[in-house]
Design a protein around this ligand. Structure first.
Ligand code: ZN
Length: 63
């Protein structure tokens, strides 16, 4: 019986353009960066246009 392990992993890196859900612009500034154990990096970003803040989570695997 084949085991299909489906992972929903979003690779949100810098190359992926983050689009503001509020105004649709792609210009963000990083408010702060938090490093969590396990290679998880949280970035709080603020839209330069409307000021809406969003949190992105990145997981760094390996080196
Ligand atoms: Zn915006």
């Amino acid at each position: 019986m084949p085991r299909v392990k489906q992972q929903v992993v979003s690779h949100e890196r810098e190359k992926v353009g983050l689009v503001c859900r509020a105004c649709g612009c792609q210009h963000f500034r990083v408010v702060y960066v938090k490093h969590r154990p396990g290679g998880v990096v949280l970035r709080r970003r603020e839209c330069r246009h409307c000021g809406k803040r969003t949190l992105t989570r990145e997981t760094v695997v390996g080196g």
